[in-house]
Design a protein around this ligand. Structure first.
Ligand code: NCD
Length: 305
């Protein structure tokens, strides 16, 4: 069963994933199933880094469950600005809420925070580490469009700093999935993730060129180069704009290829792709609401509360 907290996709079993996805599908089909179930409960949103989709979809999810949200607001206007530690911040906020969603620039921060809180905590991104709730909505979208078994997926872009990539790659080891990683040499998957995939017996191949695998793919998961994580702007400029797809690139793709992106995109998917039947990234973003409703419902104890 899903633990009290959701910190890393590496902790998710196939049963955990299917429980959330099945519940999300039921909620999606009939929102009345959970309407008002968490009336009077409060979700705290603690975002130490920018967010649009993740924060707003958690907010929408909690409200649709009948609950309320409180928001720490911008770091500049919080006590963090006065030098408060993360441990103290979450210890205090835990007293105001029934669950916490945390996004923070340091890898390992969500795990650290769980040492100080008893209410369920969801890691909504810890630096270049993990982003497991994004993975659940990614898997939901993959399941709806291509199925999760006998899947061939290409994951392209910033595999080094992309936390959505790390979480997705871990979670896919629970399924019969062939994972092709496509990136410049300098942005390959980190060694620890490659090691974990190897240990899990995942079917993994790495490429520098999309053309090598495009025709085999069921899903192409494109990611943004994570400019904010590069130690040097020069290093970013060396790779920026290199991994971009447009309708010309997709001419060689299977007709039923599903193209995904966690968003925000910069220029890695040309706008002309939006009009094709391949484009599923807006649907993917919308799936954030039912999936996070299902996740919060489970973490808050479902109807046994
Ligand atoms: C991602 C993130 O924050 O890691 N965004 C999101 O949550 N949908 C991807 C990104 O910022 O590139």
């Amino acid at each position: 069963m899903l633990q009290d907290h959701l910190i890393s996709a590496a902790h998710l079993s196939r049963d955990d994933i299917e429980a959330v996805l099945d519940h999300a599908a039921a909620v999606d089909a009939d929102p009345d199933l959970v309407r008002g179930r968490h009336d009077g409960r409060v979700l705290a949103l603690c975002f130490f880094e920018p967010s649009t989709r993740t924060k707003m979809s958690f907010e929408s999810a909690m409200k649709r469950l009948g609950g309320e949200t409180i928001d720490m607001g911008a770091v500049d206007s919080s006590s963090v600005k006065k030098g408060e530690s993360l441990a103290d911040t979450v210890r205090v906020i835990e007293g105001y809420a029934d669950a916490l969603v945390l996004r923070h620039p340091s890898e390992g921060s969500a795990k650290l925070a769980t040492e100080f809180v008893d209410v369920p905590l969801v890691n909504a991104g810890d630096g270049a580490g993990q982003h497991p709730s994004q993975t659940l909505l990614d898997l939901y979208t993959i399941r709806e469009n291509a199925g999760l078994d006998d899947l061939t997926i290409g994951i392209m872009g910033d595999l080094k700093y992309g936390r959505t990539v790390h979480s997705l790659a871990h979670a896919l080891t629970n399924f019969d999935a062939r994972q092709h990683f496509i990136s410049p040499e300098s942005l390959r998957l980190p060694r620890n993730v490659r090691y974990d995939l190897h240990e899990a017996g995942a079917q993994v191949r790495e490429h520098t060129d999309i053309e090598a695998v495009l025709s085999e793919l069921d899903v192409l998961y494109v990611t943004r180069i994570q400019r904010e994580r590069f130690p040097e702007e020069r290093e970013y400029r060396e790779v920026a704009g290199e991994y971009r797809i447009d309708t010309d690139t997709l001419a060689a793709a299977p007709d039923d290829l599903t193209v995904m992106h966690p968003l925000p995109r910069v220029d890695e998917i040309a706008p002309d792709v939006d009009e094709t039947t391949h484009a599923k990234y807006f649907e993917q973003a919308h799936n954030g609401v039912p999936v996070r409703m299902a996740l919060l419902d489970i973490l808050l104890g479902g109807d046994d509360r």
